[in-house]
Design a binder for this molecule. Structure first.
Ligand code: ATP
Ligand code: MG
Length: 198
């Protein structure tokens, strides 16, 4: 009956949301379990980092626009190729992009930058969001760690995104860093070595 719809609708939406969030949790736990340590050489492919990031930027520009956020990407002309597992690398950057959009209030800006160096590349995610208190910074890469803020509670994640991103980056021989100012914004950096395939 049409009159019943307003009651049915919200509860169905809740069920769909819980199912989606359980499925994200299961996928994330599987990812963490599968990729302990270094990646086997056979899983590495030559990856064009410019196009991987460009595709992510295109997708997230729409996501960001829905939240009234501006996403600006700065990718160099120089094409950067490295040996990596493209799906995992995409997942690591996506986790940071996702956080940058989630923890930045409307009207803010998120930058995605790629900087080439002679022996390494640096991928940076900079946001004008809520920032992270200094006391929480040493813990944010721990599994299930979430800063206890109203915004974090509203956004209901599991505290796995950064743990997974760190594990993926380290499995590629890289490192992940954070700098943040509470109330002003955060910068996450992924540094990956450029080396020939052995
Ligand atoms: P999930 O990624 O599993 O959906 P999550 O986003 O809470 O959940 P992480 O991505 O691991 O988990 O991040 C851990 C915590 O670090 C977040 O709960 C949030 O408090 C803080 N955080 C991460 N990125 C940012 C950011 N760009 N700005 C402000 N806080 C952040
Ligand atoms: Mg997250």
């Amino acid at each position: 009956m049409a009159a019943d719809r307003p009651q049915i609708h919200p509860s169905l939406e809740n069920i769909i949301d819980s199912a989606k969030s359980m499925s994200t949790l299961v996928n994330n736990l599987l990812l963490l379990a599968r990729h302990q340590g270094q990646l086997p050489p056979e899983s590495l492919k030559k990856v064009n980092l410019n196009s991987l990031l460009e595709n992510l930027a295109i997708h997230y520009t729409t996501v960001a626009a829905k939240e009234s956020l501006k996403l600006i990407s700065h990718l160099p002309e120089q094409q950067i190729e490295l040996w990596a597992d493209p799906d995992l690398l995409r997942q690591a950057v996506e986790n940071l992009l996702n956080n940058a959009c989630k923890y930045t209030p409307s009207g803010g800006t998120v930058w995605l930058r790629l900087e080439p160096h002679s022996d390494r590349v640096v991928i940076q995610l900079i946001d004008t969001g809520i920032g992270i208190p200094e006391a929480d910074l040493p813990h944010i890469f721990n599994r299930f760690y979430r800063v206890d803020t109203e915004r974090a509670r509203e956004n209901g994640g599991f505290g796995l995104g950064l743990a997974i991103a760190q594990q993926i980056v380290e499995a590629h021989g890289g490192h992940i860093y954070v700098m943040s100012n509470e109330g002003k914004g955060s910068t996450f950096q992924i540094k990956l070595p450029l080396r020939s395939h052995s």
